[in-house]
Unconditional design. Structure first.
Length: 128
């Protein structure tokens, strides 16, 4: 059963500006493994913008289910070989993965100065 669909379109230039103005902001939004090895290159900023867009799309796909105090760092994103995946952690995972597993399907694209993420939240049918 599909619980929700979330889409986010984000400009990497917005993230670059935010990180320039507040270097500590990266720690609010990203897990250490998400920012490991990244610098200020356009490619690094584009990659982090994609991670950010995936997190935002995941929150939209889960709305209104997530607890009001869900945190950005409770959505862990991996972009291994450009194949994105999402894993929920902390209180967010405990709230949403209660009785049945939750699957998050991710698709991404980039064009010009925009990145796009689509997340579909699904609970597998139990066959009942």
């Amino acid at each position: 059963m599909i619980l929700g669909i979330g889409v986010d379109v984000f400009a990497p230039s917005r993230l670059a500006r935010l990180l320039r103005e507040d270097p500590g902001a990266a720690g609010e939004f990203f897990l250490p493994e998400e920012i490991a090895g990244t610098g200020a290159s356009d490619e690094d900023i584009r990659r982090l913008a994609m991670v950010f867009a995936i997190k935002e799309a995941a929150f939209k796909a889960l709305a209104p289910t997530p607890p009001a105090r869900a945190r950005w760092r409770e959505v862990a994103v991996r972009l291994d070989a450009n194949v994105p995946s999402v894993r929920l952690t902390g209180a967010l995972a405990a709230t949403l993965d209660s009785a049945q597993p939750l699957r998050l399907h991710v698709a991404t694209d980039a064009h010009g100065d925009l990145v796009v993420a689509l997340v579909i939240a699904e609970r597998p049918d139990t066959g009942s």
